[in-house]
Design a protein around this ligand. Structure first.
Ligand SMILES: NC(=O)c1ccc[n+]([C@@H]2O[C@H](COP(=O)([O-])OP(=O)(O)OC[C@H]3O[C@@H](n4cnc5c(N)ncnc54)[C@H](OP(=O)(O)O)[C@@H]3O)[C@@H](O)[C@H]2O)c1
Length: 216
């Protein structure tokens, strides 16, 4: 697949490198193509990636991964232009910093970042995914001690074809994709990201853990 990743920071770079390894072509959509943060991933990926200005990257692909900080989301979506019919994979988390240094979700629990993004991008097929772990888990999603268990990738959205794309992209990174339902389930997946971050901090910044599913 040809995948445009908007934002080439910690998350965008890790996803881009991992998907390029799986055989996908990556277009980093950045504010200053050819400069700054996209240079390390481009050098590492080689011919499997390029960088373009945000509007060009969005035009060049039908699959767009949003990986900017939450406060930049509205600007990034505006810059992308018409997104009708595109698969828009929302990996962002609407985090805000509290006075005591802890994090919370800035939108409360009666909406979610993904639902707000859907309003900002009319006609886009929004899927929430790749938001519940740290970038380290996308850079390397092998867990040799987990026997046959795979790390779970929760996702949700209202468009089956878009969700099938995300399912494939999650499988390509060695995750077990788990469809959690419609886009409203983002109200559960975004707090799950906060739980992951809080456990991470509590456990001394060991990012090497993921959710897995046991069934019988
Ligand atoms: N880091 C993680 O482990 C992780 C895991 C899961 C989800 N997330 C979520 O993913 C998002 C990105 O996190 P991150 O840690 O990767 O952030 P980051 O390292 O700070 O990178 C953010 C990227 O977004 C770009 N950006 C900022 N404003 C933009 C705009 N208006 N238009 C286009 N690009 C813009 C920045 O570009 P410049 O270089 O031009 O500033 C930078 O490349 C956040 O919403 C976060 O909650 C992060």
């Amino acid at each position: 697949m040809k995948i445009a990743i908007i934002g080439a920071g910690k998350l965008g770079s890790a996803l881009g490198k991992a998907w390029a390894k799986a055989g996908h072509y990556i277009i980093f959509g950045v504010r200053s193509p050819g400069q700054g943060k996209t240079q390390p991933p481009l050098a590492e990926i080689g011919v499997g990636a390029t960088s373009m200005a945000v509007p060009d990257a969005a035009r060049a692909s039908d699959i767009i991964v949003l990986a900017t900080p939450w406060p930049a989301v509205a600007d990034a979506i505006k810059a992308m232009g018409d997104l009708r019919g595109k698969v828009l994979i929302d990996c962002t988390n609407p985090l805000s910093l509290n006075g005591d240094g802890s994090l919370s979700l800035s939108l409360g629990s009666t909406t979610s970042g993904a639902e707000e993004i859907e309003k900002m991008a009319p006609g886009a097929q929004v899927v929430k995914a790749f938001n519940t772990y740290g970038w380290e888990n996308f850079a390397n999603s092998d867990y040799p001690n987990a026997a046959s268990l795979k790390p779970v990738m929760f996702y949700c959205g209202d468009h089956d074809a878009a969700k099938a794309t995300v399912q494939q992209l999650a499988s390509d990174l060695n995750f077990e994709p788990v469809d959690t339902g419609g886009l409203g389930m983002s109200r559960s997946l975004e707090p799950l990201a906060l739980l992951w971050i809080r456990l991470n901090v509590r456990e001394g910044r060991n990012a090497n853990f993921t959710w897995a599913r046991l069934t019988r």
